[in-house]
Design a protein around this ligand. Structure first.
Ligand SMILES: [Zn+2]
Length: 133
């Protein structure tokens, strides 16, 4: 595959993911307001990652892997509440992502890779070390 084709596929996949995230229940509709309110409350009142137990610097911003993220303790996809305070916790962005990956892997590790068109697209990309070359 040529470099530019790879880049455009990666870009397409990235946008596809962004759209998927945007359609989740906590990102739209009535839960959106409650989620944003609870997120602001958590950022103000909590300072320790619910997954690794280390402090979170809430001043950091994405794409910093140590930036704060709001985690659903029980994932929305597993029936967890999308916006209730009881189901939300402060985490590092990287811890939240690793947790998601684990849930993803435990369920789908043995499944065939998802095929879009006639080729497999990369399932992830390490943006932290991406240099834009
Ligand atoms: Zn953490």
């Amino acid at each position: 595959m040529s470099r530019s084709r790879f880049e455009s596929l990666t870009c397409f996949y990235y946008l596809l993911r962004r759209c998927t995230v945007a359609l989740r229940a906590d990102k739209q509709g009535p839960h959106r307001v409650a989620f944003d309110k609870n997120k602001a409350r958590i950022l103000k009142t909590q300072s320790v990652c619910g997954i690794c137990g280390k402090p979170v610097d809430v001043r950091l911003k994405a794409p910093n892997p140590l930036a704060p993220a709001i985690d659903h303790i029980v994932p929305v996809s597993k029936g967890g509440h999308p916006s209730a305070m009881e189901n939300l916790q402060l985490t590092h962005a990287q811890c939240n992502r690793q947790k998601s990956d684990k849930l993803f892997n435990s369920k789908q590790a043995t499944a065939e890779p998802k095929v879009i068109g006639n080729r497999n697209l990369p399932q992830s990309r390490d943006w932290a070390s991406y240099e834009g070359k």
